[in-house]
Ligand binder design. Structure first.
Ligand code: CAA
Length: 407
């Protein structure tokens, strides 16, 4: 069987955040609801000189540079997003232009809420493995701005960011056999954003129920594909990463998985199993969601970056279970195997460093930033050039002849 997987990963998050203490004060909510109830502490605030395109290009450039991959080597460029900037022109084409990726490349955008990134990865892996030439490389990027209405229950779960992954044969980070993946999908209205709406419509509690239903469906499909009986799933894996719209969703998901897997165990036994396995398998992947919030398509892969950043080389040779969920809804559960030598990859992540270099904004500044319409965002290029730094390499400078302009 051809060894296919992910060779490296890079993440980009905006340089600003709103502390949840500020949001709680302004909304008259006890901060414990956000810190303990949701498990979130800071949420990324994206400035008006950045968008889904710049975040995608900023993550991807980091990835190309650290892997020494030339833009002409990329023959498939997939961008998954639910924060598209145009109904026709894909974010992927903007990224192609910014990164100077050549024309012998299939370039497209995928949408399926937060699940779109996983669809892009699985399709890219299948494309790489069935291709006649062994040197095919796909660049898969997930980029999103998670926005909710001001004052809505979803507001404290907001965030923004992009994750870029390099998919190829003989991967240096992790391998996956996509034929074993478990999937689940169903036509539901749990979270959606009708065309023209700036923020989504959310049936919050129902969305949690749909997520848990999809987790049950996808893991049971995975178990039957692999011939694993009930109660044996956790024996197959060392770490587990869930899609994380907010930190405590991972707790709800894990508790549900324990309940399904160990239905004959007593409540006390299940609680003990939950505590032990959550701390060991899930906790190391929570760094990003606590600090950044939801980044939709990239959320579960920010969990992967967090796990690698937190555990370092201890992850080498281990099996990681991944549950990807997108509202609407679509889900996939898969297991990947980490390579033995990941020292260079772990050192090159620089995620904590990016988080530490961010600056806080006030509640007023957050409201002002998120109240602007696209039409108001017209900068003189000279003004935003100064906002570039070692992580922010591309900025959005406004429109010219209805065409988005980037530097
Ligand atoms: N101290 C400590 N805890 C407190 C508290 C306090 N003072 N006040 C409330 N809490 C706890 C509650 O008990 C609750 O805990 P449990 O979930 O364990 O019961 C938690 O804080 C949240 O409180 P509420 O249930 O009252 O929260 P809410 O109704 O205000 O909203 C939400 C929660 C529905 C998740 C909302 O944030 C939301 O709509 N989010 C967007 C949708 C979403 O993230 N859905 C998740 C699944 S869908 C998905 O995954 C796709 C995606 O990315 C969007």
């Amino acid at each position: 069987m051809v060894d296919v997987g992910i060779s490296d990963v890079a993440i980009y998050v905006p340089p600003f955040y709103l502390p949840h203490e500020e949001l709680a004060r302004a909304r008259g909510v006890p901060v414990e609801k956000y810190h303990q109830g949701l498990g979130n502490f800071r949420m990324a605030v994206i400035p008006n000189w950045e968008d889904a395109v710049t975040m995608a290009a900023n993550a991807a450039l980091q990835l190309l540079e650290k892997t020494g991959t030339g833009p002409e080597e990329i023959q498939q460029l997939v961008v998954s997003t639910e924060s598209g900037v145009d109904h026709s022109k894909p974010v992927a084409s903007f990224v192609q232009g910014l990164l100077n990726i050549g024309s012998r490349c299939r370039v497209y955008e995928i949408k399926h809420a937060c699940y779109g990134g996983t669809a892009g990865i699985v399709h890219s892996m299948d494309w790489v493995s069935r291709n006649h030439s062994a040197d095919k490389k796909a660049l898969v990027i997930m980029t999103d701005i998670a926005r909710y209405a001001f004052g809505s229950p979803g507001e404290p779960t907001q965030g923004a960011g992009a994750v870029a992954l390099l998919v190829e044969r003989s991967p240096t980070l992790l391998s996956m056999d996509t034929s074993l993946n478990g999937v689940f999908s169903k036509d539901v209205f749990d979270f959606w954003r009708p065309t023209g709406h700036r923020v989504p419509i959310v049936d919050g509690k129902y969305s949690i129920a749909c997520y848990l239903m999809a987790l049950e469906g996808a893991t049971s499909h995975f178990r039957s594909n692999c011939g694993i009986g009930k109660g044996r799933l956790l024996e197959e894996i060392d770490y587990l990463i869930y899609h994380m719209p907010y930190t405590n969703m991972a707790k709800k998901a894990h508790r549900h998985l324990i309940d399904i897997e160990y239905e004959d165990a007593s409540p006390d036994e299940r609680e003990q199993l939950f505590e032990e396995t959550f701390a060991r398998m899930v906790e190391p992947g929570l760094l990003g969601v606590r600090e950044v919030g939801n980044i939709y398509t990239g959320s579960v892969y920010m969990g992967l970056v967090s796990l690698l950043e937190t555990e370092g080389e201890r992850v080498a040779g281990k099996h990681i279970g991944v549950f990807s969920y997108g509202s609407g809804c679509g889900a996939e559960f898969f297991v990947c195997k980490v390579k033995k030598d990941i020292r260079r990859i772990v050192r090159g992540l620089r995620f904590k460093e990016q988080l530490e270099k961010r600056k806080p904004v006030t509640f007023e500044r957050y409201v002002q930033t998120y109240s602007k319409s696209w039409e108001e965002i017209l900068y003189h290029p000279g003004e935003v050039e100064g906002f570039k730094n070692e992580f922010t390499r591309f900025v959005f400078v406004g429109f010219k002849d209805h065409k988005r302009q980037y530097l």
